[in-house]
Design a protein around this ligand. Structure first.
Ligand SMILES: Nc1ncnc2c1ncn2[C@@H]1O[C@H](COP(=O)(O)OP(=O)(O)OP(=O)(O)O)[C@@H](O)[C@H]1O
Ligand SMILES: [Mg+2]
Ligand SMILES: [Zn+2]
Length: 394
């Protein structure tokens, strides 16, 4: 049997199976229940977050033999044909390659005729922003007053490129990037179903690289399994993704907080020898410091971290000082740009990290004040106090 990529294999087959687009799903389910389905929908949002999936589910919901229903059966002729892309009444059109006025004229002609076996004739136009101006104009009239048996569902990653005339004739739904926590949960479920053993820490690396797109996340998981098999170690996964193992990133953060210059330099050397991308290291480290800062500010490790990473981040947050972490973040974040431009990236990174050791205050402000007070109290007289606080300022 041929291998199906995870993104296709795990395309949600019911509205309730969609991760993270509850606001859209709820509105559509309600519209179906109340029999108030609009004649034209626009699904807008970043790539791989469920627009096409939702369009197909809506098509099924409308044409299911037991429908219209927000829970299409998935087994009737209409449902299975839509799933397989063979329904004569549901046309999935790629707007990028069918963007001419003649393509829209064809739709217009075709839309006049009643559906062959189903309730509605449904036109799903993907990447609809690619239509030409003339094509949009040709679409306007039909979109304004389509025959009762016609529904349009448009999907786009670039809604801002659509003319206002089109926008105002559609009911628009904005799809969101999927939250890290929701995506992590979904990936964990899929790993169980696929019987692969990828640690939470590695999965959260995939989540971060996919930037909220579920398709990207699943493609990365495919890539990891292809490269490392069913039980990869964290280092394997990091390598397969061209990333740096989180344990090592954490080691950098710890060394910065604890002012351990030696360990910083050894670790830079190691990364350099392994041929890993130093800019990437700085980016990952900036992210990691951000997590520590969030943990410090909220008392909780950020949701997007795997359980195994949370404890380490929380522990470091407890040991560090907020002002110090904030300044370390600034330095490392700025280093990302410096490294990208530097003729000697390694030098730029090392210097940035070493600066991080010296710039950040040695202790928290309350600590310093306490020490100043102690000194001024203990050193008999105002003068000693003044000179020691002057030392701290220097
Ligand atoms: N919200 C989601 N919940 C669960 N899986 C999802 C979700 N969004 C995307 N996926 C996964 O990603 C795959 C691609 O999703 P889909 O085709 O719906 O994305 P899209 O938003 O249309 O992307 P594009 O803009 O690139 O066309 C699906 O087959 C599914 O595996
Ligand atoms: Mg799509
Ligand atoms: Zn059905």
């Amino acid at each position: 049997m041929s291998y199906t990529v995870l993104a296709r294999k795990y395309r949600p087959q019911a509205f309730e199976a969609m991760t993270g687009q509850e606001h859209v799903v709820r509105t559509i389910e309600n519209a179906i229940k109340l029999d108030r389905v609009a004649h034209a929908y626009l699904f807008a949002g970043p790539r791989g977050v469920g627009k096409t999936t939702a369009a197909r589910l809506l098509a099924r919901a409308l044409n299911c033999e037991n429908g219209p229903t927000s829970t299409p059966c998935g087994t009737c002729k209409a449902c299975t044909e839509i799933r397989d892309g063979t329904s004569t009444d549901v046309a999935e059109i790629d707007g990028a390659s069918n963007n001419g006025v003649e393509n829209v004229r064809e739709i217009r002609e075709n839309a006049k005729y009643l559906p062959q076996g189903s309730r509605f004739k449904i036109y799903i136009i993907d990447e609809v922003h690619m239509l030409s101006q003339a094509a949009f104009n040709a679409l306007l009239k039909t979109l304004e007053e389509p025959p009762g048996h016609v529904k349009f569902i448009f999907a786009t990653t670039e809604a801002h490129k659509l003319p206002d005339t089109i926008l105002s004739r559609c009911q628009r739904h904005n799809f969101r990037r999927i939250s890290a926590a929701a995506m992590l949960k979904r990936l964990q479920e899929i790993c169980v179903l696929e019987k692969v053993n990828v640690s939470g820490s590695s999965l959260s690396l995939i989540v971060r690289q996919s930037e909220g797109g579920m398709r990207d996340a699943l493609s990365l998981l495919d890539q990891v399994i292809a490269a490392c098999g069913l039980s990869p170690t964290d280092a394997d996964v990091a390598e397969a993704l061209g990333a740096i193992d989180r344990t090592l990133i954490h080691a950098f953060a710890v060394a910065l907080v604890k002012r351990d210059a030696k360990s910083l330099l050894t670790n830079v050397e190691e990364i350099w020898n392994r041929g890993l991308d130093l800019r990437r290291l700085a980016e990952d480290l900036a992210f990691h410091l951000r997590h520590v800062f969030v943990a410090k500010a909220t008392g909780q490790a950020p949701d997007e971290l795997a359980d195994s990473d949370r404890d380490a981040v929380l522990a470091l947050a407890r040991e560090s000082d907020a002002a110090q972490v904030a300044r370390l973040f600034d330095i490392v974040h700025a280093a990302v740009w410096e490294i990208a431009r530097a003729p000697q990236p390694k030098l730029a990174l090392e210097m940035a990290l070493l600066k991080g050791l010296h710039l950040a205050p040695a202790a928290s402000l309350p600590d310093l004040i306490a020490r100043v007070e102690k000194l001024s109290g203990g050193a008999a007289g105002a003068q000693g106090g003044r000179s020691s606080s002057a030392n701290f300022r220097a």
